[in-house]
Design a protein around this ligand. Structure first.
Ligand SMILES: Nc1ncnc2c1ncn2[C@@H]1O[C@H](COP(=O)(O)OP(=O)(O)OP(=O)(O)O)[C@@H](O)[C@H]1O
Ligand SMILES: [Mg+2]
Length: 238
């Protein structure tokens, strides 16, 4: 446990952690820019090929399309990675979690309707204020909601609850989706763990990093066929 470490040692580890995160973030940036240049040039190449009238243009276009889609995948992974790396740097304002949730739900409504998912907010009107990074909290909501929608391909219900629990603000996201096996529950917060093809496996690790940077915690209850409940505890403002 970090708490049993000598303060000097803990500080050294934290500095090391920050340095590594900066390095990794820098590397991801360095890769992202040339990658988007490559993708843009592939687009131009595809246009030229289309205009060329060459006999094998069709086959070449297929290969270019494959390269473009791999570039897009890599860009997606890099963006998620950068979000993960940034998740520890907070820009705090005193606000109500209810407002952040309500705003996010407005944004989610259309997509939920399209997927036959009913959104049910239960927001405690007496919720105390908290010091939050609103933009990172939106990221938390977005990652949890995306997972929930992916777990309910045939529709279902998605609840968002806020309430006071002891000295904390509690926030629950409950879906009626496919749920998770014990193995998945044990591994879901590990970076790059994913059971989905095309999933980067950074969604939940980013969520946990953001919540812990706020001094909060996250836990999960889930079982196959029984849906999933994520519970987040956040400290209220002093
Ligand atoms: N609400 C949920 N219902 C069922 N399974 C879930 C849910 N949330 C997460 N999972 C499981 O946890 C795994 C890890 O989730 P995480 O969001 O970290 O990565 P991902 O969704 O696979 O990829 P991405 O990086 O694109 O979000 C998922 O692959 C899935 O198996
Ligand atoms: Mg996800």
């Amino acid at each position: 446990m970090t708490s049993s470490l000598h303060p000097d040692e803990r500080e050294r580890l934290q500095a090391q952690n920050t340095e590594l995160a900066t390095l990794a973030g820098g590397l991801a940036h360095e890769i992202r820019n040339p990658l988007s240049t490559i993708r843009m040039n592939l687009e131009l190449l595809a246009e030229d090929l289309g205009d060329s009238g060459a006999s094998n243009a069709h086959r070449m276009l297929e290969r270019v399309a494959k390269l473009q889609s791999e570039c897009l995948n890599l860009e997606g992974v890099l963006n998620e990675f950068l979000q993960f790396a940034r998740a520890g740097q907070l820009d705090l304002t005193e606000c109500s979690l209810n407002d952040v949730v309500a705003e996010f739900l407005d944004f989610l409504t259309a997509q939920a309707e399209e997927q036959n998912v009913e959104l049910r907010p239960h927001l405690d009107a007496n919720l105390p204020l908290a010091r939050l990074d609103k933009s990172l909290l939106r990221q938390v909501l977005s990652n949890l909601a995306r997972n929930a929608l992916q777990a309910m391909p045939k529709g279902g219900t998605l609840e968002f609850l806020t309430m006071v629990r002891d000295s904390d603000i509690a926030f629950e996201v409950i879906d009626t989706g496919e749920g998770m096996s014990e193995t998945t529950v044990a591994k879901m917060f590990q970076a790059f763990f994913s059971t989905r093809s095309g999933g980067s496996g950074l969604g939940l690790p980013t969520v946990r990093r953001i919540i812990e940077a706020h001094g909060g915690s996250i836990s999960c209850e889930s079982a196959p066929g029984n849906g999933t409940r994520f519970t987040i505890l956040l400290p209220r403002s002093a």
